[in-house]
Design a protein around this ligand. Sequence first.
Ligand SMILES: Nc1ncnc2c1ncn2[C@@H]1O[C@H](COP(=O)(O)OP(=O)(O)O)[C@@H](O)[C@H]1O
Ligand SMILES: [Mg+2]
Length: 585
Amino acid sequence: MSMWWKLFLGYLLVLVVALSALSAYLAHELTGHQVASLESALYSQALLSRDIAAIDFGSPQGRTHLNTTARRLGRETKLRVTFIARDGSVLGDSEHDIRTMENHASRPEVRQALGGVRGRSIHFSQTLRTTMLYVAVPVVLRGETVGVARIAMPLYAIAAATRRMRWMVLSAALIALAAAMMVSAKIAHNVGRRVAALSNAANRLASGDLEARVRVRGSDELATLASVFNDMAVRLRETMRALREEKHTTDTILERLGDAIVVTDAAGGIIVWNAAAQRVFGSGREQVLGLTVLNATQNHSLDDAFRQAQAGGETVTAEVQLLFPQPRILQAAVTALTAGEPLGAVAVLREVTELRRLEAVRREFVANASHELQTPIAAIKALAETLLADSRDNPAVVERFLRDLESQADRLAALVKDLLDLAQIEAGPVQLELSEVSVAEVAEEVAAQLAPLAEQRGVAVTCDIPQQVRVVADRAALRKIMANLLDNAIKYTEPGGEAGVTAQRRGDRIAISVCDTGIGILSSDLPRIFERFYRVDKSRSRELGGTGLGLSIVKHLVEALGGDIAVASEPRKGSRFTVTLPACG
Ligand SMILES: Nc1ncnc2c1ncn2[C@@H]1O[C@H](COP(=O)(O)OP(=O)(O)O)[C@@H](O)[C@H]1O
Ligand SMILES: [Mg+2]
């Protein structure tokens, strides 16, 4: 039921009750009042009629005149006038034939009048067939009641007045009803509009429009409700803003974190997956949100860690190996989230791939270094034992053994020197003294230093560098770089081959190339030749006094000087190592 109907029916009820009570009361009052005033008028008429007729009551002859008197008085007053004898017989009547009228002694007004007082009565007149008001007074002659004079009047005039009054009340009721309809319509419209505005604003608020407000008008309950609503909306907006800021902060922290963060809810679905997790697992946030850890990562050890953490309520650590999108090793710490009830779990995954790789490299390096050192030491020990045991008398054998001893000791010394160099370079930034260095000068120095080796191996060495080519570098480091490269070029070239050093400017850099016409390197070995101890042909290198450390020292030094190194090689054709360094000026 609409509000209008409710209001209207309320008004209607009040109106019906009030107006019925009013009309009943008015009818009663009005009738009583009119009857009373009519009665007093009739009373005066009765007194007058009595006085006019009193004499005639005295004699039998006079009584015969009473009917005529009654008719005359009736005509004049437009009232019914009746004269009644003491015994109740009707002596005169203005409206009716007295011969047919019954004895009136039992009529209440007559009885009262015969008793000596004013008589009154309202009853239905059988004679006139209408309700009449009767007033009767005693006729007294010489102290004796001889009869009654009665005046009567029909009450339909009063009934008509009451009817009129009822009509008035009814029309007033209709007017009031129309007014009630209008007022309730107005109230319903006004209240309805304001309630609609409120519910409209509430709907907007519910659908996320935090700026929804209601106009506050007036000072009634609705206005209070509206202002409470507005306060609530403001508080809601503030709370939402605070929450958003907090979430933003948390999100930013999660996104910036280098560690991958994965959070699941109580049902095991992923709810947080930060940028690091995307990078590590190779799946975007949208792809994995809501999935289980197993479905999202395809990784059983991580899934197990989640299960254990949630079952045991403690932090579980696990090492997680990934093959896709890249082989990685992650250290995972998974903790259950609880607040009275289980809320899920959070995993922090730190990438330890590089750490593990370095550990492996270090282990390998120690094993390699020990092995490399072991070989010459064992050889020296064996030579010394043989010398001590039985070869002392043969000077030729002794000399050969001593030469072998010397060469093994040289090898050991070279190895230790290279290891020391490498250790020094790897320990931290090399102390470099940068200055302008002439590439030609250094190349010629190195060529001169290696001339005996080149001659011994039958390799022709050429230096073709313009004097003005200069680089910014540490002179000793540059010499070590070039010595190692030229040493390799001479060693890995067959007799009759050539080795050469050239340099040229490329923009603000100088490219120094060491090339040879030697044995070259297979493309499958190329990526590994800069690793420590890596040698394509171990026995050949060892025979030539190589340690496998030369190129890794070169690479470290070039990088320390801010340059880079590249290699191009073809088996049985030759190799070209190119070092690029900052040019001078
Ligand atoms: N110019 C070159 N021609 C052919 N192979 C080379 C050349 N330079 C280096 N190599 C290969 O790279 C390996 C590593 O070189 P390096 O680190 O200098 O060690 P080493 O010279 O002590 O053997 C060598 O053992 C060799 O197999
Ligand atoms: Mg070498």
